[in-house]
Design a protein around this ligand. Structure first.
Ligand SMILES: [Zn+2]
Length: 61
């Protein structure tokens, strides 16, 4: 999964990827930059989110 590192100002392949649900119900990928270790995150498209279901969590409106 590629993400944008604000420190390197470059697109990097994120390390230590985890998927999490954001408060707005969208799925986010979180990872770290392989070069500088800065935390990165990215909202997934619906297609990508469907491939990486995030378990648990009751939906609140
Ligand atoms: Zn970086």
């Amino acid at each position: 999964m590629q993400g944008y590192c604000v420190k390197c100002k470059a697109t990097r392949e994120m390390k230590n990827l985890t998927y999490t649900k954001a408060s707005n119900g969208r799925t986010m990928a979180k990872g770290t930059c392989p070069v500088c270790g800065t935390k990165m995150n990215k909202f997934l498209s619906k297609e990508e989110a469907d491939k990486h279901p995030v378990g648990g969590g009751a939906k609140k409106k």
